[in-house]
Write a protein that binds this ligand. Structure first.
Ligand SMILES: *Cc1c(COP(=O)(O)O)cnc(C)c1O
Ligand code: SF4
Length: 338
């Protein structure tokens, strides 16, 4: 997948994350070699990846335990044969997003908020991604389409919040993000911009002081929502990135997807949410997996999810327990399960 806006450039600091991105691991055989895994897993991954081939940034691979095929981080990135099995109820557009489309790269599902698909690429390919079959050709491909998306937002004065999603909006360069924010600033009713990103976790080098400054430069309130699924994903560099955002004045919330074999145990979730609040990140959502084709083996039954949340309530302060939610096609907000 290519980025919507593939221009690379910017300051020396931004070259760092971009060259790390370029050096990401794309070969299953190489990942297996680096992690002392049986080469047969690499062969399996080659054929199981489908339209979302293996992609792992090296700093993320470094947090995976060597020699452990069941490592919870590895499970999120290594294609397995289960992905190729069709499962009834798991399909290409589990959220009916193609019907929520209301302009080039715009998804309007909830009142006052609009989601803008700002990039068609990510720094990592998560095996359970709910947008893995999303028609990214809908992402604004050029300035004309971007202008038309902005016109749509400008024409609807009920929109106070723009959610930048993707793909991963932090795949944009600082210059591109700054331009987009400047354009949104010209729309008086836009008060907040929310970024949904996995980059602060998988490639924390993206979170430079320059990024934090540009997010805070204008009138619009920025909010960062990071995607994090396991405490082992948070090493020192990730924690430092969170601190740069928060100290710089950007609130940070977290989303977690409940995943079988990754985080479907109370101890694992207690450790994750405890660690997040220690780092001043507010656990926001725990998502029931969206039933996307290829991800059935990650599903946790809702009843199990509810009892996990009950266990969290008994062990953590209330502010450390995220809302357990599910998205339902056509609903006017996410459904709170617990
Ligand atoms: C979840 C979602 C939102 C709103 O998220 P909240 O955090 O519940 O405000 C908006 N748009 C889309 C497409 C979403 O999936
Ligand atoms: S970072 Fe998000 S959008 Fe990208 S592959 Fe992972 S879950 Fe999907």
């Amino acid at each position: 997948m290519a980025s919507c806006t593939p221009t690379h450039g910017g300051t020396n600091r931004s070259v760092d994350w971009q060259s790390l991105l370029d050096q990401s691991i794309r070969s299953p055989a190489e990942l297996c070699r680096r992690l002392d895994l049986d080469p047969s897993l690499g062969v399996e991954a080659e054929s199981a990846g489908g339209n979302l081939p293996l992609l792992v940034p090296a700093p993320y691979a470094a947090r995976i335990r060597r020699g452990d095929p069941n490592d919870p981080l590895l499970r999120q990135v290594l294609p397995r044969t289960e992905e190729t099995l069709a499962t009834p109820g798991f399909d290409a557009d589990p959220l009916g997003e193609t019907t929520a489309r209301c302009g080039p790269g715009l998804l309007r599902k909830y009142r006052g908020r609009i989601l803008m698909v700002t990039a068609d690429a990510c720094a990592v390919h998560c095996r359970f991604c709910f947008r893995r079959h999303f028609p990214y050709s809908d992402c604004p491909q050029n300035a004309v389409q971007r202008a038309s998306a902005l016109e749509h937002i400008a024409a609807d004065r009920s929109l106070h919040e723009v959610i930048l999603s993707g793909g991963d909006p932090l795949m944009l360069t600082d210059a591109e993000l700054a331009r987009l924010l400047a354009q949104l600033t010209e729309i008086p009713h836009v008060r907040r911009v929310r970024l949904h990103s996995r980059m602060p976790v998988v490639l924390p080098q993206r979170v430079t002081s320059a990024l934090v400054e540009l997010l805070r430069a204008g009138r619009i309130t920025p909010i960062m929502v990071i995607h994090v699924n396991h405490a082992a994903e948070i090493d020192r560099s990730v924690a430092d990135g969170f601190a740069r955002l928060i100290d710089g004045g950007v609130p940070v919330l977290s989303q977690t997807v409940l995943l079988h074999g990754v985080n479907d145990r109370a101890d694992v979730l207690v450790e994750l949410f405890g660690r997040l609040v220690d780092l001043r990140v507010v656990p926001y959502y725990l998502h029931q997996l969206d039933p996307v084709a290829g991800a059935a083996h990650f599903q946790v039954p809702i009843e199990t999810g509810k009892s996990l949340v009950a266990a969290l309530r008994a062990r953590l302060p209330g502010y450390a327990v995220p809302r357990y939610v599910r998205e339902t096609p056509g609903g006017d907000h996410k459904e709170v399960l617990a």
